[in-house]
Design a protein around this ligand. Structure first.
Ligand code: SF4
Ligand code: SF4
Length: 379
């Protein structure tokens, strides 16, 4: 083990390989406040990548209802139990990562799902958190029952647990974009990666007898096009691009802006220690700071406040960055808010999107003078 910097933990941590960051890192921001749980992303991925034999149970993209949903069954609860106590001293993580908590002779903690763990992909769907006590049987509004949708894909981690666990060195992280892939020729289906990935985003194919995972639609990304799950998102919750570190972040890069400048988008279970590269805007209606901190780290409440401030019209730049989500198929590498519009540019400098910050509402009179007819519901 060597010491590497994990900026999400604000400290050095133990990892088997030296720090080797890609030239740029593919990343996404998911706004949980806008996800409607329609599973269009799930089906977009399923029909594109996992419709073959042996892939029936695979959901490279899944959307689970938190706090009760999980796929595979209780993936996060089990990992958190193995990890033991976790605490933050301000912005610095004071507990152990999955690498540091490894028992003697192992490189990480982990567990192997069985077939039954994949039997209930929609377990807990739309179930609210049961905080209603008998005394409060009569529902009062606003109430504190809640749930939210958590869309999940592979995080293309900076320190992938899957990669370091593989004894065949079949898993690699691409230097050009940080996408984590499995070499299907080298893989022998040992499934050590499956045990190691705390997010359980490696799937074993029982027909081909090798492991598979989300490929971040790399052929599209190479062409400057966003992955399918992002392009097809009905709720327009997904932003895709490239993320830097706190030292290299560019304020005009929409992903850097959301993650590093405004800090509204946070990693999922940063305490695992993998520096995951899918970031989440926490749900504003979840009152439990403990729960939010457990999922997204200590910045969750501040992120919610910053987000709400933008929604109230006090931060046009943040509003503009958020409006870029699913506004174009192209990858946006630069953005600017200018005269009540947000503009996005691709890598080559082409303008790929321009959206007004506020959509104008035009009210027409019910009586059409030209045609001498009345029209209703035409605002
Ligand atoms: S989420 Fe899991 S499968 Fe994806 S890179 Fe990280 S450790 Fe590997
Ligand atoms: S397509 Fe978008 S809105 Fe629908 S479930 Fe997926 S992430 Fe949520």
């Amino acid at each position: 083990m060597v010491e590497v910097m994990n900026w999400q933990l604000n400290r050095m941590m133990a990892y088997p390989y030296e720090e080797a960051r890609p030239i740029r890192q593919a990343a996404a921001v998911f706004d949980t406040n806008k996800c409607i749980g329609c599973q269009t992303c799930t089906m977009a991925c399923k029909t594109c990548w996992t419709s073959g034999h042996g892939q029936e149970y695979m959901l490279w993209n899944n959307v689970e209802t938190k706090p009760w949903g999980s796929y595979p069954l209780a993936w996060d609860v089990r990992e958190l139990e193995l990890l033991g106590p976790q605490h933050w001293n301000g912005d610095t993580y004071g507990g152990k990562t999955i690498f540091e908590a490894a028992p003697q002779g192992k490189k990480n903690i982990g567990w192997q799902p069985t077939g039954l763990d994949y039997a209930y992909p929609n377990r807990g769907e739309d179930e609210v958190n049961v905080t209603l006590t008998v005394k409060r049987y009569h529902l009062k509004l606003p109430h504190d029952m809640w749930f939210f949708y958590l869309p999940r894909i592979c995080n293309h981690c900076t320190y992938p647990a899957c990669l370091q666990a593989c004894t065949r060195q079949s898993i690699y992280k691409r230097q050009e974009d940080g996408i984590v892939l499995i070499d299907q020729e080298r893989c022998r289906g040992y499934r050590i990666c499956m045990e190691a990935c705390p997010y359980k985003k490696i799937f074993y194919n029982h027909t081909t007898r090798v492991s598979e995972k989300c490929v971040m639609c790399f052929p599209a990304v190479e062409d400057g096009i966003q992955p399918r799950c992002m392009r097809n998102c009905i709720g327009k919750i997904r932003s895709f691009g490239f993320v830097g570190t706190p030292q290299t972040a560019r304020p005009d890069n929409p992903i850097d802006f959301l993650v590093h400048v405004r800090k509204v988008a946070l990693p999922l279970y940063p305490q695992f220690g993998l520096e995951p590269n899918v970031y989440y805007i926490p749900p504003v209606h979840v009152e439990s700071d403990e729960f939010l901190t457990m999922l997204f780290g200590p910045g969750a409440r501040a992120a919610i406040n910053t987000y709400q401030n933008a929604m109230e019209g006090n931060d046009p730049e943040l509003l503009g960055a958020l409006l870029l989500a699913v506004s174009t198929d192209k990858i946006i590498s630069r953005f600017k808010v200018e005269s009540d519009s947000v503009i996005g540019w691709a890598d080559n400098g082409d303008e790929v999107v321009r959206i007004p910050l506020k959509v104008p509402i035009i009210e027409r009179s019910a009586f059409d003078e030209n045609l001498k007819v009345y029209r209703y519901n035409i605002t």
